[in-house]
Structure formats: structure tokens, C-alpha cells
Design a protein around this ligand. Structure first.
Ligand SMILES: Nc1nc2c(c(=O)[nH]1)N[C@@H](CN(C=O)c1ccc(C(=O)N[C@@H](CCC(=O)O)C(=O)O)cc1)CN2
Length: 279
């Protein structure tokens, strides 16, 4: 079975549009984009397009590559103080010269629609309510909507990044999976991935997950967005893994669109909750 993230995201955006109208909400998202990376520009454009589609106002602040950490902190401070702004998103990665952690930590936690602020990360670890990072949230929505059993199942996450690997491992753990995180220093990766009922690959390496590394019936979630010869492809060798998998996300059309839908949901929740239960 192909897990159709594109279709599911479109349906969730339609529902969100109705929620916004019925709730009389006027959410506003601010994005901050630094530099000229074409992929980052494309993702930010996609986010603004989704905002327009569901009825979220959006503003984009584009800054040059040589922007300093202090300038970023000033801009974040202005957005924090702007009562018209419900959500702030800093598109990642930032140029290496900028202190990413300082910037993310400067966003007011109640406007942190990426869920990357240390306070919101702490909420994730403890299981308290709060905004969840968009890609992991989107993966959980996909699993739930397709009724993939999680409790008691063995989940293996390949990749330990702060924005995807670690948070998805925690969300799967909260859903009562038995979770293993693998990374670049993991020895004998196939012996671990073969045990997975749910395999999430967020390694960022094209084709790293091959047929001999999965057990029949596994649910495979491919977070990879790798460019190979100008073509977008995931971490999973799709054509050889798909026939043995019970369910699998394609790239494109799987996790990516769910990331954007989750951002829209976090922005609407932020508009609802500001001065509400999170703070
Ligand atoms: N502040 C953040 N930065 C980044 C995040 C994030 O969640 N927050 N995630 C990624 C990039 N990303 C969103 O920003 C993202 C990646 C991919 C897609 C997507 O829908 N991709 C399409 C294919 C698009 C194409 O043609 O290339 C798909 O998979 O179908 C959306 C968002 C890093 N930065």
C-alpha cells in the first residue's frame, strides 16, 4: 500500500480551511528566510501557497546570506512583539555563520510553530501538550490516518537529527512503540532495520535502505529529500522495497506535503492558543 501524503495533506488543508472560517480565526504566519538556497526558497514558497489556500495570512522576511546572528535576533524580537503575528518560522538550514540554536531559542515559545524552541522540545520529551515539529507530526498523522498499529510494535528510526530523528522517535515512544534510533556510527545497520515493524529513514542518503534491510510487511516512512542527477529521491530504494513493504511513503508525495499541512495546523493552533493553555 502506498501512503498518499499528498492526498491526505490536501484533505487536511480543506478541513483546516473550514475550521478557520467556522472559528472566525485570522491566523498570521511569518517566515524568515536567509540566503539564496533554491530548495529553501521553494519550501518557503510552498508554505505561503498553503497559507493562501487555507486562509492564513502570511508575511515573508528575506535576508541576505551575510546576515549576522544579532540581526536575526533583532528581527525575531520584532516578530515576537508584533501582536498581529501568531506563528514564526525560520527556514532551515541557516548559513553556518548564524547561531541557529540562539535564533530558535529567541522565538517566543507560543509563536514557535516549528516546535524547535527548547521549551517545546522539553514538552515533547515529557509528553506535555505543545507544538510538535512538523515532519514528525505529519508522519504520526499519516500512520494514524492509515490505521497503522504502533503500540507494542518495533519502530526503527535511521537518523538522529534534532528536527526529525529524535522527535519522531519520541512521538513513536509516546504512542507505545519500542523504539531504536540508528545513526552514522551504528554497527550492522541491516540487522536492526530488519527487526522493524515501522521503519523511518531520515538519514539524508539516497538509496540507503535496500530490500535486504527490511522484513516483509514493514511500514516504511521515507523522510529523505535527496537530489540525484537533478531528480528528487528518498532514502529508500523504492522500486525494490515497495514490493515487500506492507505500506510505504513515496518521494515526492509522501512525508513532504504532510510537513506543510502540519505547519498550517500548528499555526492555527498557535492563533487559538496564544495567551491560552500553552503559556
Ligand atoms: N524551519 C524548518 N525548516 C525545514 C523543515 C521544517 O520542518 N522546518 N523541513 C525541511 C524542508 N521542508 C520544509 O521546510 C519541506 C521539505 C519538502 C516538502 C515537500 O512537500 N516536498 C515535495 C517535493 C517538492 C519538490 O518538488 O522538490 C514532496 O515531498 O512531495 C515540504 C517541506 C527542511 N527545512
Amino acid at each position: 500500500m502506498i501512503l498518499d501524503g499528498k492526498g491526505l495533506a490536501a484533505r487536511r488543508l480543506e478541513l483546516l480551511k473550514e475550521d478557520i472560517i467556522e472559528g472566525g480565526l485570522t491566523p498570521t504566519l511569518a517566515t524568515v528566510l536567509v540566503g539564496d538556497d533554491p530548495a529553501s526558497h521553494m519550501y518557503v514558497r510552498m508554505k505561503h501557497r498553503a497559507c493562501e489556500q487555507v486562509g492564513i495570512s502570511s508575511v515573508n522576511i528575506s535576508l541576505p546570506e551575510d546576515t549576522t546572528t544579532n540581526t536575526m535576533l533583532d528581527r525575531i524580537h520584532q516578530l515576537n512583539e508584533d501582536s498581529d503575528i501568531d506563528g514564526i518560522l525560520v527556514q532551515l538550514p541557516l548559513p553556518a555563520s548564524i547561531d541557529t540554536q540562539a535564533v530558535l531559542s529567541a522565538i517566543r515559545p507560543e509563536k514557535d510553530v516549528d516546535g524547535f524552541h527548547p521549551l517545546n522540545m522539553g514538552r515533547l520529551v515529557t509528553g506535555l501538550e505543545g507544538p510538535r515539529p512538523c515532519t514528525p507530526k505529519g508522519i504520526m498523522t499519516l500512520l494514524q490516518e492509515y490505521h497503522i498499529p504502533i503500540a507494542g510494535k518495533r519502530a526503527v528510526v535511521v537518523g538522529r537529527s534534532v528536527d526529525v530523528g529524535r522527535p519522531i522517535a519520541l512521538l513513536l515512544l509516546h504512542a507505545h512503540a519500542t523504539v531504536t534510533i540508528c545513526h552514522s556510527k551504528t554497527e550492522d545497520l541491516p540487522s536492526i532495520t530488519k527487526q522493524a515493524d515501522i521503519l523511518v529513514s531520515a538519514a539524508g542518503k539516497a538509496g540507503i535502505i535496500t530490500r535486504d534491510m527490511v522484513k516483509p510487511g514493514v511500514t516504511v516512512i521515507d523522510v529523505g529529500t535527496n537530489q540525484v542527477n537533478g531528480k528528487l529521491c528518498g532514502d529508500v530504494a523504492f522500486s525494490e522495497v515497495e514490493p515487500v513493504a506492507g505500506a510505504i511513503t513515496p518521494v515526492p508525495g509522501g512525508v513532504g506535503p504532510m510537513t506543510i499541512a502540519s505547519l498550517m495546523e500548528n499555526t492555527v493552533n498557535s492563533a487559538r492558543n496564544r495567551c491560552g493553555p500553552f503559556m
